[in-house]
Structure formats: C-alpha cells, structure tokens
Design a protein around this ligand. Sequence first.
Ligand SMILES: Nc1nc2c(ncn2[C@@H]2O[C@H](COP(=O)(O)OP(=O)(O)O)[C@@H](O)[C@H]2O)c(=O)[nH]1
Ligand SMILES: [Mg+2]
Length: 193
Amino acid sequence: MILNYESKIIQVKIVYYGPAMSGKTTSIKFLFNFFNKGDQLNSIENTVGRTLFFDFGVLQFKGSQWELKFLIYSATGQDFYASTRPATLKGVDGIIFVVDSKRDCLNHNFRSWKELKYYFSEELYQIPIVIALNKYDLNNGEKIDKMDLNAIINFDRFKEIHINKTIATTGEGVLDSFKMLIKSIFPNITIIV
Ligand SMILES: Nc1nc2c(ncn2[C@@H]2O[C@H](COP(=O)(O)OP(=O)(O)O)[C@@H](O)[C@H]2O)c(=O)[nH]1
Ligand SMILES: [Mg+2]
C-alpha cells in the first residue's frame, strides 16, 4: 500500500489468483464494467493458442479527502507466465482467490493454492483474502464446497478470510467479494455504491 500525502492518494494492490479457467478474467471484467471502467482494463491474451490472459486495470474512487486507487491484477498458477508471478504478487494488499467449483477441478485449485502458500509462506495468514467459490451455477454434486476447501486452506489460521459464492458470468457475488476484501483491508471504511 502506498500513501501519498501530497496528492492524497492511497494506492492499493489487489490480485485475483487461482487456477487457469476458474473465472478470474470474467470476474474482473464484470467489476470494471460495473463501474463503467471497462475500457480501463487490459487483458493480454497469449499467442500460443492457450486461453491464458494477464489482466491489469486501475479503479479509482474519490473519498471526501483521499482518493483510493486500486491496482487490480490477475495471476494464474502453473502456467506459462509462472516467472512473472512473484512480480505480480509483490506488495499485494489483498487477494481474491477464484476457485473453480467444478468437482473435477479440485486438484487444480489445490495446486494453485499451494503455490500461493509456497510464495508467501507464513506471511499469507496476515494477508486479507476472499475465496470466491466461482461457477456456483453448476448443479449440486458437480461442485465442490467449503468443506472440501477447508482440508487444504485451513481457514482458522487466517486473520481475515471470507468465502463467497460467485457466478462470474452473471456477476453474482462478484461485487460483494470485492467489497468484502476492501472491508478487510480498511475495516472502518463505509462503502456506498
Ligand atoms: N458456468 C460458468 N462458467 C463460468 C463462470 N465464470 C467463468 N466461466 C467460464 O469459464 C471460462 C474461463 O473463464 P475465465 O474468466 O477466462 O478464466 P480465467 O482463466 O481464470 O481468467 C470461460 O468460458 C467463462 O465463460 C461461472 O461462474 N459459471
Ligand atoms: Mg484469465
């Protein structure tokens, strides 16, 4: 987090993390479109025919005295861009971990989570995190739930962790997850949208 007293701007870094195809880009796109900032989002597609993207955009909000500037990134576990990940995660203020709720993806989610844990080690427990259980529109039986995740995430160890069901394709829960994360970073903030 960077506080600039002269320009009265607080800069906050948020990363959407999770396995490939879990819905990170779809979630971020919904968020930016919601604030009519769709044109401020850069999604860079790779060129080797895999549907991998790197997203980056800035959402800026003006308070009565200070301006809040959110730098929003996405990062995928186990991919071609693995080497860029430490730079993306450096100095992060909050993480939205986008889970692919498809039962078949249980191991993908676990692997991605383990990488995140490996990168931060014990420091991870101090970082505000929202777990977005995405693709919640899938039928029961086809999807994983909180119990499945607790086996690896160990919720009790975190200072601030929330779980929220989302459907990125319709936007359901996406704004709520973002607000939850901001609330975790700034406990005294009042958000009016
Ligand atoms: N059914 C369903 N599909 C979703 C949902 N979120 C994303 N998708 C689809 O999953 C695929 C991967 O999404 P994308 O946002 O590109 O994943 P990313 O690799 O994490 O950025 C796309 O075809 C999306 O339309 C969801 O909540 N429900
Ligand atoms: Mg993507």
